[in-house]
Design a protein around this ligand. Structure first.
Ligand code: SF4
Ligand code: ZN
Length: 725
């Protein structure tokens, strides 16, 4: 173990401590010890203080306690005479650095100095949950935090692209002599954000605390560990969060101290400069600190160092392919050609056919290829994917078809939106110059369908049409197919089927949670409807979606079945006895953490409100979405409160035991707008076409006091309905 590192980390921790101390004292002087201090949208206070010390920091005097504790972790630099090759003091310094950095950043929030320009700032709990899902389903194999700046912009872009290609979420920030990788990427117009897996945290090293205090919350959320369980929380990070730090350019004491903090969590450090290495393993799985001076090798070396397992499906196309490119847009000035949208006719269609009718892997482009198309224009496009397989069913057509969106989007330089004959696709100039052709759309779809749907697809053939007359003709023919499909799903009721489906995918972080997916009640994440769950079972018979025989109906109004209760008991590890599918008061279904919306009771109004995840303001329940989510999540039954998928709101079975949508007194504007047509239809069915206008939103009221007079004025039905509780 290198003495240079130990000395630098110990010195760095002292500098960070001094900064925290000075800042905190100044703030206390200005605002008083009782002044509230917090990070935005988290239920974990100061995450490190909470996870490691069990402290719930709510005000400046609580922060002072944490500061005082961190002081006890500061040590003397190793002397020249007695030097023990022991990591202890370095690790202590690392923890002190983390605790103090958290204090500094929270104080900056207090003074509105965060987030920094073009940066994300503190990572909210919502993001933690969404990313958690990607972690557990394997879409995201690991995380990188880059500190500093690459020697030049091209190298910066090269490194993040290498990480993106491997679907590694990359946090970028800090600087070297004032130059930050964030600005290198901005100058090169690299698109940054959660969708593209490149997230700027801040331009100084102290803000490097964000990815770290995000990771420690993973231990609390997904690992189920408690506050103050320091070792368990750190071990969870080591064993389950596949993160590493990459330091580009010269290191200073602050970086060494922060790096020492990361090593406590089992996150190793790789540097592109001549740093002393810490090779023997101990805290980290492999080496703690290594150097790799060759930028071409630095990403593979880091992956090996952290032991990240990659699942790469090699697809023979001339551009990179990874889920990290799914969120990437192709802007007009970057675009070579586009299809569909409002610019030309386009459609995509997956069709089940008999095996002898197609040839696996055959890809045909009928009409002009990309090379024959004029730059900047729009061209008609029809994508027909024919699939055969012994287990293929007509019901799976729309499920496969819906995946075309992600499959094409995941190629770098292809942008895809929408579906069916409403799709809109762009190909970038860059991709075109690299040799991407329309035939590669077929290559991608063939490879990915085999990859993801191997259980049902034996043969896949793709035909791409680019002549207007073909696109128009086929598009007209398939209108009736689209109509039939819609009628089938829309016409399905809970009564018309014998089977429901379980979904236990979220048990990886909410161990007793189970969703019961019914034709009229979508899974609460909004991603699994009855047909999806059915298809998923066919694809993977031992997977998270299992059939549930409804059995005897115990209560048709509340939606209680003997068969469902039995399965719920078994799948919830005997923590739950009953599920009433249509009630929010009596044994409602549980909420894991990834619900699209929360329904909450407003007892004084005899009704319910609904808030969606994207809404950050306060609601009439007196809480924000994230506070509500924190209270009801984790797989428990909370009568009066429930996480749901958006589409359940417009189902006839929406809390029908309590009177259905007529109980809704408030929902966010955005939610209402996104469901307008369907809500209108429901209101008509209820014989009150005007009801949609009786539901208030945040522009009318955000407290029950404001809401009541409004509801009285418009004569909202909830006020005169039977008492809800
Ligand atoms: Fe999780 Fe329920 Fe969605 Fe399944 S349906 S992924 S259990 S929220
Ligand atoms: Zn969930």
């Amino acid at each position: 173990m290198s003495k240079i590192i130990a000395s630098a980390a110990i010195r760095g921790a002292k500098v960070i401590y001094k900064e925290a101390e000075g800042f905190l004292n100044k703030t206390i002087k200005e605002k008083g010890e009782a002044c509230e201090v917090k990070f935005p949208e988290t239920a974990f206070y100061f995450p490190f203080a909470y996870a490691l010390l069990g402290e719930e920091v709510k005000n400046l005097s609580d922060a002072k306690k944490v500061l005082d504790f961190s002081k006890t972790l500061l040590h003397e630099e190793p002397s020249d005479k007695i030097w023990l090759p022991y990591l202890g003091d370095t690790l202590d310094s690392g923890v002190a650095a983390l605790l103090c950095e958290e204090i500094i950043m929270a104080l900056r929030y207090l003074y509105n100095q965060e987030p920094q320009k073009d940066c994300n700032g503190f990572f909210s709990d919502t993001i933690l949950r969404t990313l958690g899902i990607q972690l557990v389903d394997g879409r995201m194999p690991g995380f990188a935090a880059i500190l500093g700046a690459a020697p030049d912009n091209k190298t910066a872009v090269y490194i993040v692209r290498e990480l993106q290609k491997r679907s590694i979420m990359t946090f970028v920030g800090s600087n070297v002599n004032g130059r930050s990788i964030i600005d290198q990427l901005l100058e090169e117009k690299v698109e940054m954000g959660w969708d593209t897996y490149i997230v700027p945290y801040g331009r100084d090293t102290i803000s490097g605390i964000y990815p770290l205090n995000w990771a420690i919350r993973g231990a609390l959320t997904f690992g189920g560990h408690k506050k103050g369980e320091a070792l368990k929380n750190l071990m969870y990070c080591k064993n389950r969060v596949f993160a590493f730090g990459m330091v580009l350019g010269e290191l200073d004491d602050i970086k060494y101290a922060t790096g020492a903090g990361a090593i406590n969590m089992g996150f190793p450090i790789i540097a592109d400069t001549n740093v002393p290495e810490i090779r023997p393993s101990g805290i980290c799985t492999y080496e703690h600190v290594i150097r790799e001076l060759d930028h071409k090798k630095i990403v593979p070396a880091a992956i090996e160092l952290r032991g990240i397992k990659l699942k790469i499906s090699e697809i023979p196309i001339p551009v990179s392919y990874s889920p990290a490119f799914e969120g990437e847009r192709v802007r007009r000035e970057q675009m070579f050609v586009q299809f569909g949208g409002k610019y030309s006719d386009a459609f995509e269609y997956v069709k089940m056919v008999d095996a002898e009718k197609i040839e696996d892997g055959k890809i045909e482009v009928i009409g002009p290829e990309i090379d024959d198309i004029k730059e900047g224009g729009a061209t008609p496009l029809g994508v027909v994917v024919e699939v055969s397989g012994r287990k293929m069913q007509k019901d799976f057509e729309p499920i496969l078809e819906r995946q075309i969106h992600s499959f094409l989007n995941e190629a770098m330089g292809i942008f895809h939106m929408g579906q069916r004959d409403m799709c809109w696709i762009r190909v970038s100039k860059d991709a075109k110059n690299k040799g991407l052709k329309l035939k590669h759309f077929g290559v991608i779809l063939h490879a990915r369908i085999h990859d993801v749907f191997s259980a049902i697809a034996d043969k896949v053939q793709v035909t791409i049409y680019t002549k207007q007359e073909d696109v128009k003709r086929i598009s007209e023919d398939i209108q009736k197919v689209y109509k039939e499909r819609d009628a089938r799903v829309a016409g399905m009721t809970d009564e018309s089927v014998d089977l429901f489906w379980t979904c236990t995918l979220c048990q990886s972080f909410a161990p007793n949670h189970v969703c019961i997916v019914k034709p009229e009640r979508i899974g609460l994440c909004g991603a699994y409807n009855w047909l999806d769950a059915k298809a998923s079972y066919e694809l993977n018979p031992t997977g998270p979606n299992q059939p549930v025989k409804k059995g005897e109906c115990l209560d048709p109004v509340k939606g209680e079945w003997a068969g469902v209760n039995e399965i719920v008991k078994q799948k919830s590890n005997h923590t739950l006895e009953r599920f009433c599918g249509y009630s929010i008061i009596d044994s409602p279904e549980t909420s894991c953490g990834c619900f699209e919306c929360v329904v909450a009771i407003l007892p004084e109004l005899n009704g319910f409100m609904i808030v969606n995840r994207e809404y950050t303001g306060i609601t009439p329940a007196g809480m924000t979405f994230s506070t509500l989510a924190g209270t009801i999540g984790g797989g428990q039954q909370t009568p009066g409160f429930m996480g749901i998928g958006r589409l359940y709101i417009v189902s006839k079975k929406f809390i029908s035991a309590e009177g259905g949508i007529k109980r809704i007194v408030w929902m966010t504007k955005e939610l209402k707008e996104s469901l307008t047509d369907k809500l209108k239809d429901r209101c008509k069915e209820l014989g009150d076409p005007d009801f949609i206008n009786k539901i208030a939103d945040e522009t009318i009221a955000t407290t029950t006091e404001e809401l009541l007079p409004y509801l009285e004025k418009i004569g909202h039905p909830a006020l005169t309905m039977e008492a809800v509780m």
